[in-house]
Design a protein around this ligand. Structure first.
Ligand SMILES: *Cc1c(COP(=O)(O)O)cnc(C)c1O
Length: 401
């Protein structure tokens, strides 16, 4: 198993793997809970949680048991036949989201694509928008995935450039600016696609009431509000879903990442029947969507979130962590922002590049990732304990204090 050193493995990856990522120089070969171990046996705290896909902690025993038990019974049928896990999981996820129906996919981007298709089809069939005229309002610095349609409305040149021709039908407006949304609305608007907190943009938290106002605009103009909760959902921000900080309930809830418990890619879209009912057999689908293995894993992943009160934990420890970071009074830190255990530390221009600090933190045993050149995101698994945050703070103080 350890035929290759970490250095050698990184060289092999560099030679044979496409360079669409720039990983920190650590090769992980084992993990448990909040801890990962590199190829040479050094331990680190995972402060990224695979972009919030590992909220339940690495290899949670209940999720791994569900995976193994299901692997011994049935893994894939396709939706050409019924299987005995998808119906049970659909009911559970509908109950959890308070929606009447669920459509299962695999990756987050596929769930976003599903939401886009839903809004468009609803626009033509229910709202009565003229053929091929549907518009969806999206936001500056959004991140919704990597498909050609989704990058068509990205504002990040790195994610978008040279992938044209782009899919039309998206109106980009500034985030956290209600007036801009009102101005963009017209008779062809079918949806608003929003992240309740913009994670990839650098943990950008909009003003209180923002989602309520979007909900109000949607209601008044017969538009669907779709919340991309792929990163903010499943207790990360201190609530089951980040939209729950406000009174508005989005018409469409888009889920992924932690829905698969860090084990298996499972994504889904939830909405009521008057919305998701626009699909008929053959109009959308996925070979692996709703597969029994994924459904068993995701069902267990949800149970862990609820049984272990992970939203309360994220809320409590998130405020504690953020307070500690603020108390550093570091001359390198411009500001600390976030909700629950989704925290962004914005560095001062004078501090230099975030990558320098994530590299130093790695050497001290904390794995974090920079977003842009000047923001460090802290998003540990939600099962982290106060003592472990204290331990991590000691290391952070050495690097950023
Ligand atoms: C990660 C993410 C996606 C894309 O999910 P993939 O599984 O990588 O396709 C979409 N939206 C948000 C907000 C995300 O954080």
């Amino acid at each position: 198993m350890k035929n290759y050193s970490s250095k050698k493995l990184m060289e092999i990856e560099h030679k044979y793997g496409a360079h669409n990522y720039h990983p920190l120089e650590v090769v992980i070969s084992e993990a448990e809970g909040i801890w990962v171990k590199d190829h040479e046996g050094k331990r680190y705290i995972d402060m990224l949680s695979a972009y919030s896909a590992v909220n339940q902690g690495h290899r949670h025993p209940a999720i791994i048991k569900a995976l193994k038990d299901q692997a011994d019974l049935l893994t894939l049928t396709s939706r050409a036949f019924f299987n005995d896990k998808w119906p049970v999981f659909a009911k559970k996820l509908a109950g959890l989201t308070g929606k009447e129906m669920v459509l299962p996919m695999n990756t987050g981007a596929e769930a976003v694509e599903t939401a886009i298709k839903t809004m468009r089809k609803w626009g033509y069939r229910v709202k009565g928008v003229e053929k091929d005229k549907a518009e969806i309002i999206v936001f500056d610095e959004n991140f919704h995935g990597r498909t050609t349609t989704i990058v068509s409305f990205s504002t990040d040149p790195l994610a978008k450039d040279d992938y044209g021709p782009y899919t039309p039908g998206f109106i980009v407006v500034p985030y956290n600016d209600i007036k801009a949304v009102k101005k963009a609305v017209n008779k062809n608007t079918v949806g608003i696609l929003v992240e309740p907190i913009q994670g990839e943009a650098g943990v950008i938290v909009p003003d209180d009431g923002y989602l309520n106002e979007l909900g109000q605009i949607a209601k008044e103009n017969n538009i669907l509000l779709a919340a991309d909760e792929i990163q903010t959902g499943f207790c990360r921000t201190g609530k089951l879903f980040a939209y729950m900080y406000e009174n508005t309930v989005p018409d469409i809830i888009i889920m992924g990442k932690a829905l698969g418990g860090g084990v298996f890619p499972v994504s889904a879209v939830a909405a009521d029947e008057n919305i998701l009912g626009v699909f008929e057999p053959g109009s959308h689908g996925s070979t692996f969507g709703g597969n029994p293995l994924g459904c068993a894993v995701a069902g267990a992943a949800i149970d862990v979130l609820l049984n272990e009160n992970l939203s309360e934990k994220a809320l409590e420890l998130g405020s504690y962590f953020m307070e500690q970071l603020k108390n550093l009074n570091s001359d390198k830190i411009e500001l600390v922002r976030g909700k629950g255990l989704l925290i962004g530390v914005v560095l001062k221009k004078s501090a230099g590049k975030a990558r320098t600090y994530t590299t130093r933190l790695k050497e001290k045993g904390l794995l974090c990732k920079e977003t842009h050149d000047w923001i460090i995101r802290f998003a540990p698994p939600l099962i982290i304990k106060k003592e472990e945050i204290d331990f991590a703070m000691g290391k952070i103080a050495e690097v950023l204090g």
